[in-house]
Ligand binder design. Structure first.
Ligand SMILES: Cc1ncc(COP(=O)(O)O)c(C=O)c1O
Length: 383
């Protein structure tokens, strides 16, 4: 059956019909007054979503492009930076920083475990000469479903006083509260195919006044990703380069939908989906990879012990047309990941759990009471 796929990945995520319709129009000129009006409204909504008063910059890139922009605009060659590495995307931060010859010091945790804020604190406290220029972390580590304790890491950065905090919030913006201004986060990067409920193609970077100060002396090579160009244009409700006009039509509609739902309601919805998914996995005798206190609102990684993760994914896909994500790097074949990010409802999650039960049964795994997964999820949703 066509057009029945349920996309429960941690990106790309399903796109609401309202958004698809908004994108299905002829493009308009991006130097027109009409486009300017759209850009103005988009920026206002983006600032609301990011909980910031400072204009969020939108770039025609994927999330990694937003991350790269977040580094090259605010640092200098050879700068000492602390990078949190406990998954694929933390590692990516380190790779981007190394590509630009920064002096990278990794603070590592095993994949599936959260970063330890006290390790950041110890390094920052020992840095009496203030040589650490930035602390770079991934908030929601999509590869493992771990939510790192950004608030505590940020407190250590604030006590240091000099270093910038640069954050990958690619799977937390629109799913988990990231109070950028209240916490004083300096650079926050994200991408459109996640909590924004639109297809891939746009990256977003929120920048604090302190980071804009650092921009003045930053000396890493940049051109297309020079955020100063975007800043100037955004102030005039314009863009420095041709934007993906139809994607922006979609973004505007998606942001309007988010405002209708309400920011706190969006976070609560994601939290409930997370709780239900984790409760269901446990009821089915499966291991949730991330610990309870550090669960991402975007994705739940599940480690089955006696059934092959890839077999589960493949059966879910073939029989039920449900797309789940697999494990990355050394976790390939060991875990599968259930996305509950963006345009996902409680009904979608119940569907995934029911199909997971049927899949497990088909694969001969009988270590659970039929219906126990659905029941555990339903209990969460009943409250
Ligand atoms: C936490 C995180 N950071 C960065 C990225 C990279 O984004 P992209 O693939 O859009 O470049 C992703 C994508 O899955 C992600 O989940």
């Amino acid at each position: 059956m066509q057009d029945k796929q349920l996309l429960t990945l941690p990106g790309p995520t399903p796109v609401p019909a309202r958004v698809l319709q908004a994108m299905g129009k002829h493009p308009i000129g991006h130097r027109s007054g009409d486009y300017s009006k759209i850009q103005e409204e988009v920026t206002e909504h983006l600032n609301w979503l990011h909980q910031t008063e400072h204009n969020v910059q939108a770039l025609t890139v994927s999330g990694t492009g937003a991350m790269e922009a977040g580094i090259i605009n605010f640092l200098q060659k050879g700068d000492r930076v602390l990078v949190g590495c406990n998954g694929k995307f933390g590692d990516r931060w380190a790779e981007v920083a190394e590509a630009y010859d920064l002096n990278v010091e990794k603070i590592e945790a095993e994949w599936g475990k959260p970063l330890d804020p006290s390790e950041f604190q110890a390094k920052l406290e020992a840095d009496s000469e203030k040589q650490i220029k930035a602390v770079i972390v991934t908030h929601s580590e999509t590869s493992t479903g771990v939510l790192n304790d950004l608030e505590s890491i940020n407190k250590a950065v604030k006590n240091h006083g000099e270093a910038l905090i640069i954050v990958d919030a690619v799977t937390s913006i629109g799913a988990t509260s990231v109070p950028i201004d209240e916490w004083g986060l300096d650079v926050v990067a994200s991408g459109s195919q996640k909590g924004y409920m639109i297809p891939p193609g746009l990256g977003f970077v929120a920048v604090s006044p302190k980071a804009w100060e650092a921009y003045k002396t930053a000396n890493l090579p940049r051109y297309y990703l020079d955020l100063g160009k975007y800043r100037k244009s955004t102030e005039k409700n314009s863009t420095p380069f041709t934007p993906p006009i139809n994607l922006v039509f979609g973004l505007l509609e998606a942001l309007r939908m988010m405002r209708e739902e309400g920011r706190d309601n969006i976070f609560t919805r994601h939290q409930r989906l997370t709780q239900a998914t984790r409760a269901a996995a446990k009821a089915l005798g499966l291991t949730t990879f991330a610990p309870d206190g550090n669960a991402s609102n975007a994705v739940t990684a599940v480690m089955p012990s006696t059934v092959e993760a890839e077999q589960i994914r493949s059966t879910m896909n073939k029989k039920f047309n449900i797309a789940l994500a697999g494990g990355q790097n050394h976790l390939k074949g060991k875990i599968f990941r259930i996305g509950h990010l963006g345009f996902i409802s409680e009904r979608d999650t119940l569907t995934v759990i029911a199909a997971l039960e049927a899949t497990l049964k088909e694969l001969g795994y009988s270590n659970f009471t039929p219906g126990s997964g659905v029941n555990a999820a339903a209990e969460v949703f009943a409250n």
